[in-house]
Design a protein around this ligand. Structure first.
Ligand code: SF4
Length: 330
């Protein structure tokens, strides 16, 4: 029996290289080892101000990026969170076992609240509870995450423990599975790559856009002139080379940067070319499916159909433990 694994991404616009390296690429490699459930978490996406007219397209694009990157919907389950209402039902129940203090400690909430001062809503605060419900609804044992999500998996473990202590064992305490690239910095070279920070490169960016974006990226800030030797260890461009360039090129950049043998403009060009070569088949596959709305609908419907029985079974067990099952078994 394979262990069950759950993860998800918000359909909140363009999926970027940080999502790709930190999550999706890792998801693909986990499909042989685990029973994988990959969700498009639309109820999480509405906790921030968003463009209603774009939501359906964002959902479809997220699905197609998953598939274009190599997630096989036959081998893994891909589905839309709002197609399975048990997520929000279980989140409400978890609200009643979660101490406020536990939520108040969540650093991601504090960061997002600072970034979205005009819309600090209860859903944003309660986000980790819905995330715990997403994972525990399927009794997932493993959660592949980036560094910034480890606290949320710890939170999920706390919620599972609290529920089990109060009502009897129902949930496993899932473990975080750190991705190979647990933190991907953005073009500013200091914050995590994200849409809200506008420091990202989209996985679907056209080649010239990749070149233009990288041209603006911050490198080793101590390398002021072309003739100054640089330090690749503190340069985010070099970190990205590690993900997209060959061993030979990585060694070349490392050596030539330290001796000022290569300038940052040329170094970025090599990286941009390698990103474009790597992403080209993904972009092509995405474009070939983009207008096939029947296919998109069929994949989402099949995913929801496959996953709903697990969600229903968990909720029947939870209601029973809470003492709210009807006598006729309904
Ligand atoms: Fe960074 Fe490359 Fe410039 Fe060195 S040469 S500082 S690795 S961009």
């Amino acid at each position: 029996m394979k262990k069950r694994l759950f993860s998800g991404l918000q359909p909140s616009g363009e999926i970027h290289l940080g999502n790709y390296l930190g999550a999706i690429q890792n998801w693909v490699s986990l499909m042989d080892t685990y029973e994988c459930i990959y969700c498009i978490v639309d109820y999480h996406a509405i906790t921030a101000t968003y463009d209603v007219a774009m939501m359906r397209e964002n959902i479809e694009d997220a699905l197609l990026v998953y598939i274009a990157c190599g997630i096989d919907p036959e081998a893994a389950t891909i589905f839309l969170q709002s197609d399975v209402p048990e997520h929000t039902e279980l989140a409400w129940i978890f609200n009643t076992v979660t101490p406020m203090g536990l939520l108040e400690r969540m650093t991601q909430y504090k960061d997002k609240a600072k970034q979205n001062k005009e819309n600090v809503n209860v859903g944003l605060f309660d986000y980790p509870v819905l995330q715990a419900a997403d994972i525990l609804l399927y009794k997932a044992e493993m959660v592949p995450v980036g560094q910034d999500q480890v606290q949320h998996v710890e939170f999920t473990r706390d919620v599972a423990r609290k529920f089990n202590n109060l009502y009897g064992d129902a949930f496993p305490e899932p473990k975080a599975l750190l991705s190979h690239t647990p933190k991907v910095l953005g073009l500013d070279g200091k914050s995590k790559m994200s849409k809200s920070m506008k420091n990202y490169v989209s996985v679907l960016a056209e080649p010239e856009v990749v070149h233009k974006s990288l041209a603006t990226a911050v490198t080793d800030v101590n390398r002021k002139r072309r003739s100054d030797p640089g330090n690749p260890e503190v340069c985010n461009i070099f970190t990205l080379h590690r993900s997209f360039s060959s061993e030979q090129e990585i060694v070349h950049v490392d050596t030539e940067c330290r001796t000022a043998g290569i300038g940052c403009i040329d170094c970025k060009k090599i990286l941009a070319n390698n990103i474009n070569t790597h992403m080209e088949p993904i972009r092509d596959k995405f474009c070939s499916m983009k207008d096939d709305h029947n296919y998109i609908g069929d994949v989402l419907a099949a995913g929801a159909e496959k996953i709903r029985p697990i969600a229903r079974d968990t909720m029947a067990e939870v209601r029973d433990k809470l003492g709210i099952t009807r006598k006729n078994g309904g």
